[in-house]
Design a protein. Sequence first.
Length: 399
Amino acid sequence: MKKTLHAPVKLIIAIFMICTFSIGFTEYVVMGILTSISKDLSVPISSTGLLVTAYAGSVCLTGPIVTIFSVKMPRKPVLLGLMSVFVLSNALSFLAPNFTVLLISRILSASIHGAFFATTMVFVSEMVPPEKRAAAAASMNGGLTIALMLGVPFGSYLGDLFNWRIVFLMIVCLGLIGLAGIWLTVPHRKPKVVPKLIHEWDVFKNKQVLFSFAITIFGYSGVFIAYTFIEPMLRHSAGFGSLGITAALFAYGFGGVVGNFYAGKVPFHLLTRSMIGVMIALMAILAAFPFVSGHPAGAIIVTFLFGAGAFGTVPLLQTKVVAASEHGTTIATSVSIAAFNLANALGAWIGGLILNASESYTYLATGGALMTMCGLTLTMFAYVSEKRQVKEEMWRTDL
């Protein structure tokens, strides 16, 4: 029998990294080119924030649905279809004649986000031995982190130097490379184990899973009240031009890498307690932002700390969801991605309301701090519930 030759696993993961970089790039880069889009399409800055809200809202609504419908299908056709939609929607963004078309293209682009990440995560876990799964998943998700640290500030600089459309043209080119890579390297393979989603809905009976979703929605939305408008906010407060904005966005991304790295090392039994500490730190950073960002050096430092605090929460929440949803990981992972993007949408919408009502960027960070306080309160409730649950289990064991 003739053996089928497959591409090396490392090459496939590298292709997935290019794809996740492209998807992360298109999600976050808009925050760095709001002013350029606003001027070119003659819409207020507060309205351009809808590009963030629409993207995140689309991920939230379509992610679980597309994942559920595609979970029983062979991985390669699913991934090819998702990346094709991604390329076409970003080409539409590049050509958008007005703000409405740009908004629609963002919704289409976001529709593949959750399903692509969920599918590649499962695919990667099936390709490597159990002891290497965490490292493989971390490598693949490295594309998202690199997009935040390098892609967003570089895209912001290019958009300011030339035109915001050049950014979407770059994303189309990257998407085409990822699409060709999937076509050439990814083997045809059906899922090893088809999840029975009717059983996985039981995950919502777990209090800690529900707490994690609520903390994500209400706590993380505080980040996006400020981050959505960080580019015009820093132009206004620190007087930054193109290079200053690029440096600040790089500082945010670098802070995100640092926060993500250290949070990923937190032992499981300290997850909730660590989240309380990170939320308190994030509140303090956001509260101090208006007072410190008036000075260029202070703006860079506080933006770095903002990124560290923002992404210091993500691994903690995701690990908590996966660990607490032992028998419902597929749907829990999908809903977790939706919760983060609902937080993005909610934060961007609230930020737009604050900006319209106050006509000042000063109150955005303050609003973010207050919303983060809601997440902190929920985290404290989760901590108390967790401790009570541990005591009850110990009591049952003693019996």
